[in-house]
Ligand binder design. Sequence first.
Ligand code: AHR
Length: 660
Amino acid sequence: MNTRTCSALLLPLSLATALSLQAAAPATLTIQTDQPGAKINPAMWGIFFEDINLGADGGLYAELIKNRSFEFPDAMMGWTKANLLSGAGVYSVVTERPFNESNPHYLRLESRSKSPFGVENGGFRGIGARAGETYDFSAQMRCSDGKATLYVELVDIKGKVLAAKSIQGISANWERRTTALRPNKTDPKTWLRLSVQAGNTVDLDMVSLFPRKTWKNRPGGLRADMVQLLADLKPGFLRFPGGCIVEGNFLTNRYQWKNTLGPAAERKLLINRWNFEFKHRPTPDYFQTFGLGFFEYFQLCEDLGAEPLPILNCGMACQFNSGELCPLDQLDPYIQDALDLIEFANGPATSTWGAKRAAMGHPQPFKMKLLGIGNEQWDQPYLERYAKFHAVLKRQHPGIQLISSAGPSPDDNHFKFAWPKLRELHADLVDEHCYANPKWFFANTHRYDTYDRLGPKVFFGEYAAQSDKTVSVLNRNNLECALAEAACMTGLERNADVVRMASYAPLFGHEEGWQWRPNLIWVDNLASFGTPNYYVQQLFARNRGDRVLPVALTSPGEDAGLPKVHASATLDELHREVILKFVNATTNALPVQIKLAGGKRFATQAQQWVLAAADQRDENTFAAPTKIAPRDSSLRILAPDFTHTFPPNSLTVLRVGKTH
Ligand code: AHR
């Protein structure tokens, strides 16, 4: 290129640059640091839990044996003959003289040769075993002659033995026997093999295998890595047990909290509604053992420092299924369930239900303050039933805040019908659900600006951006969805006087056992990781602040007509820090002139956490679980007026100390 051509090209280019710079005025953000507004609910950012996607059985509840009690309708589901063993014999499921009437079926294993004969259980898509860790095996067992031996092994897919023990001298009466296995190899897909030999016959029930390392090392407890991810969120509340699972497809299959108490072997199995809900994702081996029952739930809330928020059936089966109704004049048992739950959680240890809590190991009340009446219900049948619960519960327990439902959508006719009625009823908190594409979230960040300040408050109780569409198997937990949720959450935060609580849904997805996506956390048999959506929740919850600070943002950040730049700010009163949350979902770095108005002096050192990636389609995976995770750093600022450049595709949390 000769110089003439070069300068001829340069002139128009530099002119163009100058012109475009002139066109795009720099974004400015003013935070009114001396005008703290609404108090933010300390329980603002919480967790929605449901046993969907192997969330409890096969997930959080650390039991590794599927169909441990032989109570599945196909009593041998999950079990198979151990084909690599050479001995002869028979196995059968029988019911005579069971060790427990709620759990009548058990396995009879009969050897008919000298060599071993037995069965295997493949857990929930395999049994995850880690080399050197201890796995506690237990089972109820008996044998007719009081002499038999049971061989207990963990084997890999080829039959190679990773750990082996035997249990001798099995008595003639039912007895819980235990042993511990220590696999010599890590393998996500082992099998538990049980065998007898030399003509022995053994009866077996409640066959169980738990990692010794559970959350807080509680025997029969919860999967430690999964609870740790929940604890790391610092959740304000824990909604449980759902979700549609509360409702059942028919009322007989509804979730009944009273059936989830007492010894695990006495908790009656129930089919999981996600077993058959989606024709495109059938999960015929999905049942609820209730090993994670209501006592364990309250205990988990206590561990996490989260407010309990149980959701109860209101006399309606799922309206996406049968919509079966309990007649209004027969609703008393349902209301009584709610009253008894309050007593179970809060009553003295001398009360009927408080005594049951105490007998399970927690004499002190759990101090429950929130209760959901129905899950995702709608229209007149719901409002009539809610009104009945409301009347009794408000009279007897005015201190309990009730959650009512506005249906499955944030703006459909059910929603529009529900709100005025709930307002008339003086409902406390209305549960709004929103599964929509990212556009909806970017476009609705000002949704609550115009809500009635005097009416019921909002619980944004289920939401997640869907990269494809609701219930599509193509939905992804990518950064774009996470940023869309973050944008929306700035709007929830700015309106914290109206929106008192919010939770992403669903929570867990098992890589090989999911029915629904996206999910906040993905797990397999050994590992778990947080999605970008998880880290958005974490950044908001850990940087909640106590009071809303007014913000004014002039933003050039639009993309195809959608606002892609959003901000909110709060004040942490204890640490005297201004907390800014800033979403730049454009693909360009964005310099912003930040003005901390109304303050006199600020620290020159600020702390920031940035969640970003090169491409909004990026995701975390088992191989790269923290590819998109907050990166923290400190930076020097010239507060109260300074310019900060927010990276493309990012959520930034910035904390600036007030020194005066
Ligand atoms: O979160 C998955 C499902 O979505 C919940 O069970 C239900 O409440 C909603 O429809």
